[in-house]
Design a protein around this ligand. Structure first.
Ligand code: IVH
Length: 689
């Protein structure tokens, strides 16, 4: 072999190409097929040769170079990546009956009684990723984030040897492959053992370990952690030559992606059920955690017809394994005070392993629940956890009740601020009346304000907010935006209110700068996020979006709420009277208005532009379907109309804009003609799509 110093440019180029493909092949056989054909020494030799040639000819470093598996450290937080095609989640079911219901709904939607084939895939318990390839080269990696925007983890994903960096010729020019990054059980135990020996905090389960390892600002750490992945779906693609889910997996295999060997085509409910039971039996012996089976309609044509609900496809469902249970004892019961003042009893448990996760607390919901289940301190109880939900107490083992068990007396004052805690007549929860005077409520409100679906300020974790609150640095959400101004920095003499964040333990110039940057990025905020961030009782993300769509700007919403004008808000489909009452009450509190006014001095709220649907002719129109449609079922047609921003009504009135008539339309078509309402044929309706 020639010395690197003697290589010509052309020779170097050829050899780098050869090395990239050789090392990729070796990686595949080692990491994917568990069948290494090179010794460690031979492998290292190839890597060194590659590095030496690149050092001499840096201009020749290839996009798929094995040396790029470990990229440079990221300086300040992850960049955001907007998904060109949203990363969805799945609806959950817990029994075969519910799977049957799901299949029936699919059939009804498609108006067929034929069996529908499903592709059933183990649901990997890790975290989802999206890998984008342009002209066959890996160019971008992202986390799911909120489904619309994720974090740029390109350099971290690159360290996972199972991910091909270059795809064979002939792949779609633009191709996003999505799947799950996970840590195998054995790698997880090894990592935890190492951490325990070093006196470091261990991870609760493989999923947390995988998440903690992938979201590392230093990809070197990711590289050390031995992560694995399975591919299972696609995002944006420039063309889509596969006709079924099963075919797609064949492409994935050809392209060099690891796919789960237990994926299986099931032709009917019986096969779906048999496969589910089989996987449940072998579950414990699998080298990675799974939490259920995903059933996907196999035909892509049918998937396209079925389409999507807001966040989930109609053509797939997650069939979860039954909840896992364990026995333990209740050491204590204490009260937690939430953002809206709700007093929630929490049981402190003797730590117990429930299906691989150590559980030491469980929610007891409310005082009625404690009484109904007759739960006492000292009791032995059955703990259950299913999916991501907070562990719950299923029941008490009365035969194990000790003689000194202690009944829990639910307090009628707030244990945090001492205010009265009252329970409205038809409510199950008792609430602290202290409002923002109560530190627990004030802290929870700030935590909510910066949370992912609200202002999404990274760097202000719960513990930091708590500390800052008690030190008087952050008393309310508006204080976040004056923090930089009030900070005296390193300068001992310019002590604006004595705040010197960089001198706090665990903080330095850099982390303080990162925090300020993260805050400053959020001085402009979308209307739905702002409304959600206020933390009004009952106003979640969906309601906030409805308000934004109907009011377009914050001022007009606030004007209505301040003047207790609820007619408009109640007329919004999906918002009821009790929500409206909560909103009005929120805006009657002077301290809430004060905080909003302070906030508005430091941030701007974007006018809401609904660009999802207003380009369609049906947007905002009320339509009625009648008669039998030929090319689609009624539910399919309704779903299409809704997705174009139309309202679908059941009967024709003067408020109807269009009546779409199929075969044998009866009285509705007649009424429409009499009222002079525009009538569309099925073909005309389809032309709107
Ligand atoms: S399909 C539209 N397939 O489960 C398709 N998801 O609860 C959406 N997951 O966010 C995903 N294994 O993180 C799909 N074989 C599989 C999966 C899978 C695990 C995860 C994924 C997703 C979540 C939905």
């Amino acid at each position: 072999m020639k010395q690197v110093s003697e290589l010509t440019l052309d020779e170097a180029k050829k050899e780098l190409e050869f090395l990239a493909s050789e090392i990729a092949k070796a990686d595949t056989s080692y990491y994917q097929n568990d069948d290494p054909y090179l010794s460690d020494a031979e492998y290292d030799k190839l890597k060194h040769r590659n590095a030496d040639i690149e050092a001499r000819f840096p201009e020749l470093i290839r996009a798929d170079s094995p040396s790029l598996r470990v990229g440079a450290k990221i300086k300040s937080g992850f960049q955001k990546v907007a998904h060109s095609f949203p990363m969805l989640s799945l609806g959950d079911v817990f029994s075969i009956e519910e799977v049957n219901d799901f299949i029936m709904t699919v059939k009804r939607f498609l108006n067929t009684s034929d069996d529908i084939a499903f592709y059933s895939e183990p649901k990997i318990d890790g975290l989802s990723f999206s890998a984008r390839y342009e002209n066959g080269i890996f160019v971008k990696g992202a986390t799911r984030g909120d489904g619309t925007t994720g974090e740029d983890i390109t350099e971290n994903l690159r360290t996972i040897k199972q991910l091909p960096l270059k795809l064979p010729d002939g792949v779609p020019k633009i191709l996003e492959v999505r799947g799950e990054v996970y840590m195998s059980k054995s790698d997880f135990f090894a990592l935890n053992e190492k951490y325990a020996n070093e006196g470091k905090k261990t991870f609760a389960n493989p999923r947390n370990a995988a998440a903690g390892s992938l979201r590392q600002l230093d990809p070197k750490i990711t590289a050390e952690r031995n992560l694995s992945l399975f591919a299972y779906t696609w995002g944006e693609v420039s063309n889509r030559p596969w006709n079924t889910q099963e075919e797609f997996f064949n492409y994935l295999k050809d392209w060099g992606f690891p796919v789960n060997p237990h994926n299986k085509l099931c032709r009917n409910l019986t096969e779906v059920d048999d496969n589910f039971n089989h996987i449940m039996e072998i579950r414990a012996s699998l080298p990675y955690d799974i939490d259920g089976i995903v059933h996907k309609v196999n035909s892509i044509e049918l998937q396209d017809r079925l389409g999507f609900l807001t966040r989930t496809p109609r053509w797939a469902i997650a069939h979860k394994f039954p909840a896992e249970q364990a026995l333990t004892t209740i050491n204590n019961i204490r009260i937690q005070v939430g953002r809206t003042g709700a007093l929630t009893p929490v049981a402190d448990l003797e730590p117990v392993n429930v299906g691989g996760v150590i559980v030491s607390h469980a929610t007891l919901h409310n005082e009625d629940e404690i009484r109904r289940k007759d739960i006492r301190i000292g009791d032995t109880v059955i703990i259950q956890r299913a999916g991501d939900v907070i562990p719950q107490v299923v029941g008490v083992k009365l035969e194990k009740r000790p003689t000194n068990s202690q009944e829990f007396i639910f307090p009628d004052t707030c244990p945090i601020c001492g205010s009265h805690a009252i329970r409205e007549e038809d409510e199950a929860v008792r609430r602290c009346t202290g409002g923002l005077y109560c530190p627990a409520q004030a802290i929870e409100r700030i935590i909510h304000f910066v949370s992912r679906d609200a202002f999404d300020i990274t760097g202000l974790g719960n513990k930091i907010i708590e500390d800052f609150y008690h030190e008087g640095i952050l008393k309310n959400p508006a204080d976040i935006f004056t923090l930089e101004q009030r900070n005296g920095g390193d300068d001992l003499f310019s002590s604006a209110q004595g705040i010197h964040l960089e001198r706090k333990e665990g903080w330095g110039r850099k982390s303080v700068d990162n925090l300020f940057n993260a805050i400053n990025e959020k001085r402009k905020i979308s209307l739905p996020r702002f409304i959600y961030a206020l933390g009004i009782r009952q106003v979640g993300t969906a309601t906030a979006l409805l308000i934004a769509k109907n009011y377009k700007n914050f001022d007009s919403f606030m004007v209505d709420m301040k003047s207790k004008e609820t007619a408009k808000i109640i007329s919004i489909d999906g918002i009821g009277a009790s929500m409206a009452t909560d909103m009005v009450e929120f805006f009657q509190e002077q301290h809430n208005i004060d905080i909003i006014e302070q906030l508005l001095q430091h941030i701007s709220i974007e006018e809401f532009i609904d660009n999802s649907r207003n380009d369609s002719q049906l947007s905002g129109k009320t339509v009625v379907f009648t008669g039998t449609l030929q090319r689609m079922t009624r539910s399919e047609a309704k779903a299409k109309a809704l997705s174009l921003g139309a309202k679908v009504a059941g009967s024709v009135s003067k408020n109807t804009d269009y009546v779409i008539i199929g075969a044998d339309a009866g009285s509705k078509a007649k009424t429409a003609r009499e009222l002079g309402i525009a009538i569309l044929s099925e073909e005309e309706f389809l032309s709107f799509l």
